[in-house]
Design a protein. Structure first.
Length: 622
């Protein structure tokens, strides 16, 4: 077994696809880990905005998170209907394109691509934040750890959906189990103490109060930051095709388990933070700990369970980027099928994956992590814009879908649910965009139209290619002529001999072109008679023409290009075949030991040539 098979798994045949489908247990970590782990940073993202209010900010955090949970329930019912209506995979791009048109589909596509890239970046950075909370000495190495985790995630995902799900089941259930234990034990302590629980370890004191009243603007910003907890909910609807039959039912059950668990975790962590008087800390503080670390310490102390919980949080948050790895390649494929992205995203790799989507996501995520230094709070303002834009377009598209389904039972109820979801997420999108605009959301607002322009340019290219390549007429056999064959030849050797033999088979009109510099001791003419003309005359074949071009300034490529283009110009209606002898070395590094004139000439011929110039490689394998 090769090293590649050990690292990425053996190649899978197309017939193995059914075995790669997953059930509910594997679907939860693959498509739900991003949503579930938002419980680890969603409440803190909202609480961070309330730091200026000091301890008074805790009076407002539970109502804010409760409002977010109501919105989550609305989106949940909307996406259950989307799964039912699109059992083949009803992502926002598909729904918007089919029901609202190509423009809305592109808007959803751009929003989702940005959302998935940020999902991967935020998940990894949040996991590393959990690690540095437990081990502050690693604080200065956040970015390096983030990039290492990204590489590991990429390798795991390249092994295939089945292996990925199996690898992530234990970390997911360990994460959920440890947080549920924190919530249950904290709640029991709360009621046993009569509503005044005593922390095992006193939490850090809240920051000094600089703002006394919760203004509308601060409320909007707090709500907008907390909405980061809702990202990832759409993932199941995008990946319905990954489930076993009955796909729609299993996808709906998976989504239900994910959302119910997320509601318990979000509300439990928020409510206990208020009960224990825990506020968020400034992210850049030297002794920084996240809210979950402080809460777990207050309830259990810094014993083994604390490190188990924080370890599970680190692992789950880091792996939560897998939701993006599961959905981004599928999204890129769907967009590519409509010619808005390079067709390479349609190709399936050795493990039945859309591997190029994984490569692209890895590259973009690495860039984002490097630009923002792996700091979660710098990434959060960019987050959620794409998700809520996709939510809104998807639900609006579903309203149009139900309008068309005139004979569907319960059509009006389904339409009402999706319409309500579209309005709710649309209003939230406006709030999030306004509240986070100056904090970084303007970047997302610019990236969305930028991506749309790129996709339209790609579409225009493919449309042009199809228009030019389409030819429904019968094979045209008129005016067939042998091409004029041109062989650039520096010296007489085995490569030159191979090219000349092939050229003589192709055409009777053969020209050997030799560019002779003044500093060369002799030209090709010295060997032309004995080595070339004599054998040809002996066989009674037509002698090729030797064209010697003097080069006083030792230029090689330019004289060759000028000659070939002039030859093509002077022979209208005939093709010119340029045979390029090329040495093929055994090791890649040996290329540096040989000049690359052939590659440069080939590139220039492709750029400056036309339909009548044909380039043919004549390789000699060393």
């Amino acid at each position: 077994m090769s090293f590649t098979d050990v690292l990425f798994g053996r190649p899978l045949a197309s017939s193995d696809e059914r075995a790669e489908h997953i059930g509910i247990a594997a679907g939860i970590p693959i498509f739900g880990l991003d949503a579930l782990t938002s419980a680890a940073y969603g409440p803190e993202a909202a609480m961070t905005l309330l730091i200026p209010m000091g301890i008074a900010g805790l009076d407002h955090i539970v109502p804010v998170i409760s409002a977010i949970l109501i919105l989550l329930v609305i989106v949940f019912f909307s996406y259950r209907q989307t799964i039912e209506a699109y059992p083949g995979g009803g992502g926002s791009y598909t729904v918007a394109t089919e029901n609202l048109g190509a423009g809305a589909g592109l808007l959803a596509a751009a929003a989702l691509m940005i959302d998935y890239i940020l999902t991967a970046a935020v998940g990894i950075s949040a996991g590393v934040t959990a690690l540095t909370s437990a081990v502050p000495e690693l604080h200065n190495h956040r970015l390096s750890i983030c990039l290492v985790i990204l590489v590991v995630l990429t390798i795991v995902n390249l092994r295939g959906v089945k292996d990925t799900g199996a690898a992530f089941i234990i970390p997911t259930f360990l994460f959920v189990g440890s947080l549920l234990a924190v919530i249950v034990v904290g709640t029991v302590h709360f009621y046993l103490s009569g509503g005044h629980p005593v922390p095992v370890v006193i939490p850090p004191p809240p920051a000094a109060t600089t703002v006394k009243y919760l203004t509308l603007w601060l409320l909007m910003k707090t709500f907008a930051s907390g909405c980061a907890a809702m990202t990832g909910v759409e993932a199941v609807s995008n990946g319905v095709m990954a489930f076993e039959e009955p796909r729609a039912k299993k996808a709906q059950r998976t989504l239900s388990i994910i959302v119910v668990t997320l509601i318990v975790l979000l509300f439990g962590i928020t409510w206990l933070s208020k009960a224990y008087g825990i506020t968020a800390m400034e992210p850049e503080a030297h002794n920084y700990q996240n809210v979950l670390s402080i809460l777990t310490t207050a309830i259990f102390g810094r014993g083994w369970f604390y490190y188990l919980t924080m370890g599970s949080v680190l692992l789950a948050l880091s792996l939560s980027a897998n939701t993006a790895f599961a959905d981004f390649p599928r999204l890129a494929r769907a967009i590519s099928m409509h010619d808005y992205l390079p067709h390479v995203f349609i190709l399936r790799g050795r493990r039945l994956l859309y591997s190029h989507g994984i490569y692209a996501l890895t590259g973009f995520t690495a860039i984002i992590l490097i630009l923002f230094g792996g700091v979660t709070d710098k990434l959060i303002p960019l987050y959620a814009i794409g998700a809520f834009l996709a939510f809104t377009l998807s639900q609006a598209g579903m309203v149009v879908h139900w309008l068309r389904m005139e004979k569907h039972p319960g059509r009006l109820w389904h339409m009402f649910v999706n319409a309500f979801g579209a309005v709710a997420t649309g209003i939230t999108l406006v709030v999030v965009l306004i509240a986070k605009f100056m904090a970084g959301a303007w970047v997302t607002a610019l990236l969305v139209p930028f991506l749309i322009v790129i996709m339209m340019v790609v579409k225009r290219h493919y449309t042009r290619v199809k228009r030019e390549m389409k030819d429904m007429t019968p094979l045209n056999l008129t005016n067939l002529q042998e091409p004029i064959v041109v062989i650039p030849m520096a010296r007489w050797d085995r490569i030159a001999e191979k090219a000349l033999r092939f050229g003589m088979v192709m055409s009777q009109d053969l020209k050997v072109v030799h560019v002779h510099s003044d500093d060369e001791p002799m030209g090709l003419e010295e060997e032309w008679g004995d080595k070339i003309i004599a054998p040809i005359q002996k066989e009674g074949l037509r002698i090729p023409e030797l064209v010697t071009i003097p080069s006083n300034y030792r230029f090689i490529i330019n004289p060759l290009m000028d000659y070939i283009l002039e030859l093509e110009h002077n022979n209208p209606g005939r093709k010119v075949a340029v045979l390029l002898p090329e040495l093929v070395v055994r090791h890649w590094w040996e290329n540096a030991l040989h000049n690359q004139r052939v590659q440069l000439l080939k590139l220039l011929l492709l750029l400056k040539g036309n339909q009548r110039i044909v380039v043919v490689n004549i390789p000699w394998y060393l």
